[in-house]
Design a protein around this ligand. Structure first.
Ligand code: UD1
Length: 419
């Protein structure tokens, strides 16, 4: 087990590049099994969640190679197994994204219930509703979901909530179904569009991705391609918030500003100076900035994956801000850890009232989930004194080379063995 040790209080300055998006890489890696042959994927971040998905593909019989420059090739020729073990599925929530592609490709899938961040109940009913509408017979066998279908047929599917994962699973499965599928109230996140672009590059016929109605005309086979995944808007946003929290001057490059607009619009509203470039965003701000209210919503609303980092920023703002979390029911675990550093946050149900302070103080804290961990890193960078963050394996699931990137910006942050 490792921890981060941060000597805080230094403004971050310089340029940092966003890596490939975890939440695009996972569904795209999963969907690569739909093709026959060798799929080459670029801009795949080196993250433990990504390696867990690769382990799932290997366990199914695929042959993977890893090269410098974040390139992975997936050779699907040896695909023979359709069962994902408890040990592999339990490592990440995204493991479930293999279900739709595997069902479409082999007609059978057995997968243990997924793991992932403990931020809420995270049911999978919408995934199952969609796959069963496409003709799958689904049953629960001793903790595993087993789905079978001799053939999948296009259907009209209305999602009660625009679930990102359910939209991805259904889209991938429908790509090889017979006939036309229409997903209504689909998720519109940029990662959905990226998956659709990848599937279309392989020969799928998908229109409307990025709107709430996605139409998929099934085809009989998909061909291998070379494809580069989009950059990570949450990673980019995390560095922008860190820049503001430390009163620094940071340019994040390799990111489409439109992906980050729900965050940059809020930061601008707080009085923070944000400059939008072509493929880059710069935050150059000395304190103070004032509090705002934030409500998490599906894209293009404020992302739940930036809520914890925003809580840290509000803890350092002037005034009182209210954060309302509408996506996940248990996503304020960072509040009590931030309180150890002097933050004043009152959580009631799905809302947190954050009273800004002039400064936070370094302390020993624990990363309770991925984005909570990122929030603590930002707090540690901004705080007076030293901060130690334990359980950083959560952070490694979603931030490639975080300590290296922050050191490039002048931060004093190191990994150390925990004793
Ligand atoms: C994805 C992202 C995650 C992000 C989330 C919301 C990946 C790998 N993860 O997660 O980082 O925080 O989108 O932007 O892309 N729900 C149901 N039934 C279902 C599925 C979801 O009730 O079958 C609920 C969930 O409990 C949650 C809400 O819908 O309350 C949103 O979940 P969803 O959009 O599915 O998130 P994920 O795909 O799990």
């Amino acid at each position: 087990m490792e921890k981060f040790v941060i000597c805080g209080g230094k403004p971050l300055c310089g340029t940092v590049s966003a890596s490939g998006a975890k939440n695009a890489a996972l569904p795209i890696l999963a969907a690569s099994i739909l093709a026959d042959g060798i799929v080459t994927l670029y801009n795949i971040p080196r993250l433990s969640d990504v390696f867990s998905m690769c382990d799932i593909l290997i366990s199914l019989g695929c042959d993977l190679t890893f090269s410098d420059g974040e390139i992975i090739t997936v050779n699907t020729k040896g695909l023979k197994n359709s069962e994902v073990s408890y040990q592999l599925a339990g490592r990440l929530r995204g493991s479930f994204l293999i279900m739709g592609p595997l069902l479409a490709k082999t007609g059978y899938v057995s997968i243990s219930m997924p793991g992932g961040c403990p931020i809420g109940a995270r049911p999978i009913d919408l995934h199952l509703k969609g796959l069963s509408a496409l003709g799958a017979e689904i049953e629960n066998r001793r903790g595993s979901v087993v789905a079978k279908a001799k053939k999948l047929s296009g259907a009209k599917i209305y999602l009660d909530f625009p679930s990102v994962g359910a939209t991805e699973n259904i889209m991938s499965a429908a790509a090889l179904a017979e006939g036309t599928t229409v997903i209504e109230n689909a998720a519109v996140e940029p990662e959905i569009v990226d998956l659709a672009n990848f599937l279309c590059a392989m020969g799928a016929k998908i229109s409307g991705a990025g709107t709430d109605t996605v139409k998929i005309e099934g085809v009989s086979a998909l061909s291998p391609v070379q494809y580069s995944v989009i950059s990570d808007r949450i990673e980019a946003g995390t560095y922008l918030v860190a820049a503001a929290a430390t009163g620094g001057d940071v340019t994040v490059k390799n990111i489409l500003p439109d992906y980050v607009k729900p965050l940059t619009a809020k930061m601008t509203e707080m009085g923070i100076s944000v400059e939008i470039g072509e493929g880059s965003i710069r935050v150059n701000h000395r304190k103070p900035y004032h509090s705002v209210d934030v409500k998490t919503l599906p894209f293009p609303g404020f992302p739940t994956d930036m809520q914890a980092q925003m809580t840290t920023l509000l803890s350092l703002s002037e005034g009182i801000g209210i954060i309302t979390e509408t996506i996940f029911e248990n996503r304020f675990m960072h509040a009590s850890e931030l309180a150890r550093m002097g933050a004043n946050i009152k959580v009631t149900g799905r809302s947190a009232v954050v009273e800004g302070k002039k400064a936070l103080t370094g302390a020993k804290v624990k990363a309770t989930d991925l984005r909570a961990g990122a929030a603590l890193v930002i707090a540690g960078l901004a705080a007076r004194g030293d901060t130690e963050i334990s359980d950083i394996y959560h952070i490694d699931r979603g931030y490639m080379d975080m300590a290296d990137k922050l050191r490039q910006l002048g931060a004093e942050i190191y990994r150390e063995e925990e004793h």
